[in-house]
Each structure stands twice: as structure tokens, then as C-alpha cells.
Design a protein around this ligand. Structure first.
Ligand code: TRP
Length: 457
């Protein structure tokens, strides 16, 4: 029989804060945010993103943490417990299964991109980009993409790093990585920002991100912003729920989550404020594709003082941020397999990491042998683009809406008040209103618009 809370809880809320922040800050902030900001023309996207974080991300993150702490088990079994407690169907655990599958899909491409970053730590340090033109650096990146062997190698290295930490356990692995890595991350970022302000074109970078031009505020920008707010906060698949299960009983959920979301948003903005000035400084337009980080930025570093060193530090930051995120993507599935009693932590992690690794080969091939394989059943996209779209813009928001329904409409108010006791009660009505109406309706509207648009293509 499953005993609630059998895995114990962290004795300090700081551990939850660090692990949740470690999960939130990752490739989403450093790789994805700048390039979609570039893609949607800058400021309008940034503003929409901030609105989405406030109206959708924050309320759902509180709901997901609350679900996790109330369940005190893996997301799958925890959801079952929480639903039964309020007299609802045990089938709500399906949201947990959905999350585990979503996690496998996300991890499969996440480790490939993180692998690129790891490779660039060395390439940049070696000075290979010094004085190179945009074309030459672009060529270099292309060569990597055309080389499945190299990509699989780094994909594997990163997968092993991720699995290693997860095998070490929640407290001795996941929490420890975040505890050591977060300070490094913030220090490196601060250094980068100072560097950007000193050597970059700060005014132009700043204007690109914050100069408001209403005509850029297209529906597509809104959709991308919403999908990204789920991805960047690690919402909708149970990662935050899995960590919430270890949160101390008395800790204030709302207050802690405001910290996590603020830190995550701050990092995204600071990364933008570091990257765009550097890119503008060497007079290139921000490349709007996934290559922004791997082409425009190395070109800029190659032309700047101390570029090899600072550039390498930057890619190290990317890899480390991705590391503390990747572990959270796989944890819900691992926790569930361990609870089943049929797996040790080692074998559970091995099974899931290996599955994600194998699935990741499709992402590797999406950039070379299968680059032109865009069948209708992948919505005319490569596997990689399809997985990205499916997870960020469909599965995560879907998970988020289901959590809103459960927390906002089906759970007993008494339970919610009980879990949110540590927070100021004056916020409760506003939060509940957002979770019941605003967040789910916004998400449903955005999801249907996205789906219709992609099907129409
Ligand atoms: N939030 C991380 C990032 O921005 C990625 C991530 C970690 C994630 N865990 C997740 C995304 C769970 C979705 C769901 O890079």
C-alpha cells in the first residue's frame, strides 16, 4: 500500500526554492527566450510574456505546487490521492501519466540542445571563433548539425549526467545540484551582464526588448508567449508537483512561488539584456532562429575582447542551467516507478533516461538525414519542431488546464485553504478567481487558436 509522504520531506523550504528555481531556469530562458523574442520582433513579445506569467503561469504554478504537497507522492499517485480526498474520481491520475509522457518527449530534445551547448564550451574556449565572420561561424554550426555522430556523442554525455544526478536521489542528487549550481549561475550571469554593458551596445539591446510598438502585437506573438510561459516555469507535466511533494508542511506556497517565478523571469530578461547588446555591438541583426545562441553570439564573442573566455563561460552557464532543469523533467516518472515497488531508483532512471535518449535520436536526425522529412502527420514539421510544438503548445497547456479544473472546481475549498494557510489570506480570492476562470480560459483560447493555425498550414 502506498503511504502518503513515505519519501519524507525537506526540512528547509530553501531546498524547494532552489530546486524549483533550478528546474525553471534552463534552456527555455537562455536559448529559447532570446530566439523567440527575436522571431516575434522583440518588445511586443516580451510584454505579452510578462502578462502571461502573471495571469497564467503564477496561478497555475501555485496550484501545481499545492497539488504536489497535498499528495506527497509521485504526481501520478499523488493526484489520485488528492482527487479521492475531495470525493472525485481516481482517474484524475491520468493527468500524471500524461505528464510523464510529456516529460519523455521534452527530455528527448532537451538533451540534444544541451549537448550543443556543452560542445560549444570547448569550441569557444579553443578560440575557434576569434575574428570569424558570421558566415564562417554559421558554417561551423551547420557542420555540427550535419554530423549526427558528434551530436549523438554530446547528447549521450548530457543524458548520462542527467541520469547520474537523478539516480543519486532527490535530496543527494537533484537538490544538491541546484544548491551548488544556482549561485554559479547567478554569478556568471551578472558577469555577463556587466560585460554586455561594457563591451556591447546596451542602448540598442534595451530598446529592442522594451521599446513598445503596438503594431508588433500579433496574435501569433501572444500564442508563443503563452506556450513559453508554461515551458519556462516547468508547468503542466508534474515536475513542480514532484518537488512540491517534498516541501515542508508549513512553508508558504504562494510566497515561495512568487520568488521562483520572479527569479525565472528576471533571468530571462537579464539573458536578453546580455545577449542582444552583444549581438548588436558587432553590427549583426539578431538571428531569429534556434541558431541565435550558436551563431550570432559566437560571432560577437569572436570579435570582442576576452571573447573566448567569456563565451566559454556563457556556454558553461547554459549547460549547467539545462542540467538542473533536465533532472526535473524525468523525476515524476522515476518517482512513480519507484513507488510501484518494482524498480529501484537506479533501474527506474535507467529505463526512462534510455527511452528519452533513444527518442532523442529523432531530434538529432531532424537536422540532417531527416531534415526534409516533414509528413502531414507531423504537421509538416521535422520531428524536433513537432515535439517542441506538441509539448510546449499543446501538452503542457493541456496539463495546466486540467490542473486548474481539479484545483479550481473540484477540490474542496477547505483543502485549498488548509494548504495555503502560510500565505496572506487576502490573496486567496484573487488566486482562486484566476485559477477558476482567467488562466484556463486564456489557455483554452490560445490552444485552440494554435491548433487551428497549425492544422490550417
Ligand atoms: N523550465 C525549463 C527551461 O526553461 C525546462 C523544464 C524543466 C521544463 N522541467 C520542465 C519544461 C517541465 C516543461 C515541463 O528550460
Amino acid at each position: 500500500m502506498l503511504e502518503r509522504g513515505m519519501h519524507g520531506q525537506w526540512n528547509s523550504n530553501l531546498t524547494f526554492l532552489l530546486t524549483a528555481t533550478g528546474s525553471a531556469i534552463g534552456l527555455g530562458n537562455i536559448w529559447k527566450f532570446p530566439y523567440i523574442t527575436g522571431e516575434y520582433g522583440g518588445s511586443a513579445f516580451v510584454l505579452m510574456y510578462l502578462v502571461c506569467i502573471a495571469l497564467v503561469g503564477l496561478p497555475i504554478m501555485v496550484a501545481e505546487t499545492l497539488l504536489g504537497r497535498r499528495g506527497r507522492l509521485s504526481p501520478i499517485n499523488g493526484l489520485r490521492h488528492v482527487a479521492l480526498e475531495s470525493g472525485r474520481s481516481a482517474r484524475w491520475q491520468a493527468v500524471g501519466y500524461l505528464g510523464v509522457m510529456t516529460g519523455l518527449l521534452i527530455l528527448s530534445f532537451y538533451t540534444v540542445i544541451a549537448g550543443w551547448a556543452m560542445r560549444y564550451v570547448w569550441t569557444t574556449l579553443s578560440g575557434a571563433f576569434s575574428g570569424q565572420s558570421a558566415q564562417q561561424v554559421g558554417e561551423h554550426f551547420n557542420q555540427l548539425l550535419q554530423n549526427p555522430g558528434a551530436m549523438v556523442f554530446w547528447h549521450s554525455v548530457f543524458s548520462v549526467m542527467t541520469a547520474g544526478v537523478v539516480m543519486a536521489g532527490v535530496t543527494k542528487g537533484l537538490a544538491l545540484v541546484s544548491r551548488w549550481m544556482m549561485p554559479f549561475l547567478f554569478a556568471a550571469l551578472l558577469l555577463l551582464l556587466i560585460y554586455a554593458a561594457w563591451a556591447g551596445d546596451f542602448a540598442r539591446g534595451f530598446a529592442f526588448m522594451f521599446h513598445f510598438e503596438p503594431e508588433k502585437l500579433t496574435a501569433k506573438a501572444v500564442l508563443a508567449a503563452l506556450g513559453h510561459s508554461f515551458f519556462t516555469l516547468s508547468l503542466g507535466m508534474g515536475a513542480i508537483m514532484a518537488y512540491g511533494a517534498y516541501m515542508p508542511a508549513q512553508a508558504p506556497i504562494g510566497k515561495t512561488i512568487v520568488w521562483v517565478a520572479s527569479l525565472d523571469t528576471l533571468v530571462a530578461l537579464v539573458v536578453g539584456l546580455a545577449i542582444f547588446p552583444i549581438v548588436f555591438a558587432v553590427g549583426i541583426a539578431p538571428n531569429s532562429g534556434p541558431g541565435l545562441l550558436f551563431v550570432s553570439l559566437p560571432v560577437a564573442f569572436g570579435a570582442m575582447p576576452l571573447g573566448a573566455l567569456v563565451g566559454s563561460l556563457f556556454f558553461m552557464l547554459v549547460a549547467v542551467a539545462a542540467w538542473s532543469s533536465a533532472v526535473s523533467i524525468i523525476e515524476p516518472g522515476v518517482a512513480w516507478l519507484v513507488e510501484s515497488g518494482r524498480f529501484s531508483r537506479f533501474s527506474a532512471t535507467l529505463a526512462l533516461a534510455l527511452s528519452a535518449w533513444a527518442l532523442g535520436l529523432l531530434t538529432v536526425l531532424s537536422f540532417n538525414h531527416l531534415a526534409d522529412f516533414k509528413p502531414a502527420w507531423l504537421l509538416h514539421r521535422t520531428f524536433f519542431d513537432f515535439f517542441d510544438l506538441l509539448t510546449a503548445q499543446v501538452l503542457l497547456p493541456l496539463g495546466g488546464v486540467l490542473m486548474c479544473v481539479l484545483v479550481g472546481w473540484l477540490m474542496q475549498k477547505r483543502v485549498l485553504l488548509d494548504e495555503l494557510e502560510g500565505d496572506a489570506s487576502r490573496w486567496f480570492p484573487l488566486w482562486r478567481f484566476l485559477v477558476r476562470f482567467v488562466s484556463p480560459l486564456l489557455v483554452i483560447w490560445v490552444m485552440s487558436a494554435t491548433l487551428m493555425e497549425s492544422l490550417g498550414k
